[in-house]
Ligand binder design. Structure first.
Ligand code: XMP
Ligand code: MG
Length: 184
Protein backbone atom coordinates (compact mmCIF):
# COMPACT_ATOMS: atom_id res chain seq x y z
CA UNK A 1 0.00 0.00 0.00
CA UNK A 2 1.35 3.41 -0.99
CA UNK A 3 0.73 6.70 0.80
CA UNK A 4 -1.28 7.81 -2.26
CA UNK A 5 -3.69 4.89 -1.74
CA UNK A 6 -4.75 6.20 1.69
CA UNK A 7 -3.84 9.85 1.36
CA UNK A 8 -6.77 11.06 3.49
CA UNK A 9 -5.69 8.89 6.47
CA UNK A 10 -2.20 10.37 6.74
CA UNK A 11 -1.13 13.59 8.42
CA UNK A 12 2.60 13.48 7.74
CA UNK A 13 5.02 11.12 6.02
CA UNK A 14 8.17 10.82 8.11
CA UNK A 15 10.20 8.42 5.98
CA UNK A 16 9.60 7.02 2.52
CA UNK A 17 10.27 3.45 1.50
CA UNK A 18 13.35 4.61 -0.44
CA UNK A 19 14.78 6.40 2.62
CA UNK A 20 14.16 3.36 4.81
CA UNK A 21 15.74 0.93 2.33
CA UNK A 22 18.76 3.21 1.93
CA UNK A 23 19.27 3.35 5.69
CA UNK A 24 18.90 -0.43 6.09
CA UNK A 25 21.57 -0.93 3.43
CA UNK A 26 23.92 1.32 5.44
CA UNK A 27 23.16 -0.61 8.62
CA UNK A 28 23.68 -3.95 6.83
CA UNK A 29 27.12 -2.82 5.68
CA UNK A 30 28.09 -1.85 9.22
CA UNK A 31 26.74 -5.10 10.63
CA UNK A 32 28.64 -7.15 8.04
CA UNK A 33 31.87 -5.41 9.01
CA UNK A 34 31.24 -5.87 12.74
CA UNK A 35 30.43 -9.59 12.38
CA UNK A 36 33.09 -10.44 9.82
CA UNK A 37 34.18 -14.07 10.24
CA UNK A 38 31.39 -14.77 12.74
CA UNK A 39 28.11 -16.52 12.18
CA UNK A 40 25.11 -14.34 12.82
CA UNK A 41 21.54 -15.05 13.93
CA UNK A 42 19.10 -12.20 13.49
CA UNK A 43 16.01 -12.40 15.69
CA UNK A 44 12.91 -10.51 14.59
CA UNK A 45 10.30 -9.46 17.11
CA UNK A 46 6.84 -10.22 15.69
CA UNK A 47 4.83 -8.72 14.22
CA UNK A 48 6.22 -5.25 13.72
CA UNK A 49 9.73 -6.25 12.68
CA UNK A 50 8.65 -8.37 9.70
CA UNK A 51 9.36 -5.67 7.10
CA UNK A 52 12.66 -4.61 8.70
CA UNK A 53 13.83 -8.23 8.89
CA UNK A 54 12.93 -8.89 5.26
CA UNK A 55 14.71 -5.81 3.93
CA UNK A 56 17.71 -5.92 6.28
CA UNK A 57 18.34 -9.62 5.64
CA UNK A 58 18.20 -9.12 1.87
CA UNK A 59 20.65 -6.22 2.11
CA UNK A 60 23.37 -8.53 3.40
CA UNK A 61 25.92 -9.91 0.95
CA UNK A 62 26.59 -12.88 3.26
CA UNK A 63 24.62 -15.68 4.89
CA UNK A 64 22.53 -14.87 7.91
CA UNK A 65 20.16 -17.07 9.91
CA UNK A 66 16.74 -15.74 10.83
CA UNK A 67 14.54 -16.62 13.79
CA UNK A 68 11.50 -15.01 15.38
CA UNK A 69 10.05 -14.27 18.78
CA UNK A 70 6.63 -12.98 19.70
CA UNK A 71 6.15 -11.24 23.02
CA UNK A 72 3.27 -9.40 24.56
CA UNK A 73 3.89 -6.59 26.96
CA UNK A 74 1.25 -5.80 29.49
CA UNK A 75 0.62 -2.13 29.95
CA UNK A 76 -2.05 0.45 30.29
CA UNK A 77 -2.91 2.36 27.14
CA UNK A 78 -0.22 2.67 24.53
CA UNK A 79 2.84 2.62 26.81
CA UNK A 80 4.37 -0.71 27.77
CA UNK A 81 4.99 -1.70 31.37
CA UNK A 82 8.03 -3.94 31.03
CA UNK A 83 6.02 -6.98 32.13
CA UNK A 84 6.47 -9.34 29.23
CA UNK A 85 5.13 -12.75 28.27
CA UNK A 86 6.64 -14.94 25.53
CA UNK A 87 3.97 -15.91 22.98
CA UNK A 88 6.43 -17.58 20.60
CA UNK A 89 9.95 -18.52 21.59
CA UNK A 90 13.00 -19.00 19.37
CA UNK A 91 13.35 -22.28 17.47
CA UNK A 92 17.14 -21.91 17.79
CA UNK A 93 19.47 -22.77 20.68
CA UNK A 94 21.45 -19.54 20.97
CA UNK A 95 24.20 -20.74 23.32
CA UNK A 96 27.54 -19.47 21.96
CA UNK A 97 25.76 -17.76 19.05
CA UNK A 98 26.02 -14.13 18.01
CA UNK A 99 22.48 -12.77 18.25
CA UNK A 100 21.21 -9.53 16.77
CA UNK A 101 17.69 -8.55 17.84
CA UNK A 102 15.84 -6.69 15.08
CA UNK A 103 13.07 -4.32 16.15
CA UNK A 104 10.72 -2.01 14.33
CA UNK A 105 10.61 0.74 16.94
CA UNK A 106 11.84 1.41 20.46
CA UNK A 107 9.74 3.69 22.62
CA UNK A 108 10.42 3.26 26.35
CA UNK A 109 12.77 0.34 25.70
CA UNK A 110 11.11 -1.70 28.47
CA UNK A 111 10.16 -4.60 26.19
CA UNK A 112 13.64 -4.79 24.76
CA UNK A 113 15.37 -4.52 28.14
CA UNK A 114 13.39 -7.56 29.26
CA UNK A 115 14.11 -9.41 26.02
CA UNK A 116 17.85 -8.79 26.14
CA UNK A 117 18.15 -10.08 29.71
CA UNK A 118 16.04 -13.11 28.80
CA UNK A 119 18.31 -13.92 25.83
CA UNK A 120 21.48 -13.18 27.85
CA UNK A 121 20.45 -15.89 30.33
CA UNK A 122 20.72 -18.48 27.54
CA UNK A 123 24.50 -18.12 27.21
CA UNK A 124 24.88 -16.50 23.78
CA UNK A 125 28.27 -15.31 22.51
CA UNK A 126 26.78 -11.82 22.18
CA UNK A 127 23.46 -9.97 22.02
CA UNK A 128 23.08 -6.65 20.21
CA UNK A 129 20.11 -4.59 19.07
CA UNK A 130 19.17 -3.14 15.70
CA UNK A 131 16.08 -0.96 15.39
CA UNK A 132 14.66 0.80 12.37
CA UNK A 133 13.13 3.60 14.46
CA UNK A 134 13.63 5.10 17.90
CA UNK A 135 11.48 7.49 19.92
CA UNK A 136 12.96 10.27 22.11
CA UNK A 137 12.32 8.42 25.42
CA UNK A 138 14.54 5.53 24.34
CA UNK A 139 17.20 7.86 22.97
CA UNK A 140 17.35 9.80 26.25
CA UNK A 141 16.72 7.28 29.02
CA UNK A 142 17.35 3.73 27.91
CA UNK A 143 20.21 2.18 29.88
CA UNK A 144 20.72 -0.54 27.29
CA UNK A 145 23.01 0.37 24.39
CA UNK A 146 21.33 0.12 21.00
CA UNK A 147 24.12 -0.52 18.54
CA UNK A 148 22.27 0.03 15.28
CA UNK A 149 19.59 2.73 14.91
CA UNK A 150 17.95 3.62 11.62
CA UNK A 151 16.09 6.86 12.29
CA UNK A 152 15.10 8.90 15.33
CA UNK A 153 11.44 9.89 15.37
CA UNK A 154 9.54 12.54 17.34
CA UNK A 155 7.29 11.37 20.19
CA UNK A 156 4.30 10.69 17.97
CA UNK A 157 2.43 7.51 17.22
CA UNK A 158 3.44 6.33 13.77
CA UNK A 159 2.24 3.59 11.43
CA UNK A 160 3.53 1.81 8.36
CA UNK A 161 6.47 -0.37 7.45
CA UNK A 162 5.28 -3.03 9.93
CA UNK A 163 3.86 -0.63 12.51
CA UNK A 164 0.13 -0.82 13.06
CA UNK A 165 -2.84 1.03 14.41
CA UNK A 166 -5.41 -1.62 15.47
CA UNK A 167 -3.62 -4.12 13.15
CA UNK A 168 -3.99 -1.85 10.13
CA UNK A 169 -1.37 0.09 8.15
CA UNK A 170 1.39 -2.52 8.62
CA UNK A 171 1.52 -2.92 4.84
CA UNK A 172 1.95 0.80 4.19
CA UNK A 173 5.32 1.31 2.50
CA UNK A 174 6.29 4.53 4.29
CA UNK A 175 6.24 5.55 7.97
CA UNK A 176 3.67 8.22 8.74
CA UNK A 177 1.50 9.81 11.41
CA UNK A 178 -2.24 9.35 11.08
CA UNK A 179 -4.74 12.12 10.58
CA UNK A 180 -6.83 12.84 13.72
CA UNK A 181 -10.08 11.60 12.13
CA UNK A 182 -8.69 8.05 11.99
CA UNK A 183 -8.64 7.84 15.79
CA UNK A 184 -12.11 9.26 16.32
P1 XMP B 1 8.68 -0.06 24.38
O1 XMP B 1 8.00 1.13 25.03
O2 XMP B 1 8.78 -1.22 25.31
O3 XMP B 1 7.64 -0.49 23.27
O4 XMP B 1 10.00 0.32 23.75
C1 XMP B 1 8.02 -0.77 21.98
C2 XMP B 1 6.84 -1.35 21.26
O5 XMP B 1 5.73 -0.44 21.34
C3 XMP B 1 5.07 -0.36 20.11
N1 XMP B 1 5.16 1.03 19.64
C4 XMP B 1 4.56 1.50 18.54
N2 XMP B 1 3.80 0.89 17.62
N3 XMP B 1 3.56 2.93 16.45
C5 XMP B 1 3.30 1.61 16.59
O6 XMP B 1 2.60 1.08 15.73
C6 XMP B 1 4.33 3.62 17.33
O7 XMP B 1 4.53 4.82 17.17
C7 XMP B 1 4.86 2.86 18.43
N4 XMP B 1 5.64 3.19 19.48
C8 XMP B 1 5.81 2.04 20.21
C9 XMP B 1 5.77 -1.32 19.19
O8 XMP B 1 5.10 -2.56 19.21
C10 XMP B 1 7.13 -1.50 19.79
O9 XMP B 1 7.71 -2.76 19.52
MG1 MG C 1 7.35 -4.33 18.21
Amino acid sequence: MDASDIEKDLAQIHYTEEQILGKLRELATRIEQDYEGKDLLIVGVLKGAVMVMADLARSFTRHVEMDWMAVSSYGSGTKSSGVVRILKDLDTDISNRHVLIVEDIIDTGLTLTWLVSNLQSRGPASVEICTAFRKPDAAAKMALPVKYVGFDLPDEFVVGYGLDYAEKYRNLRCVATLAPHVYS
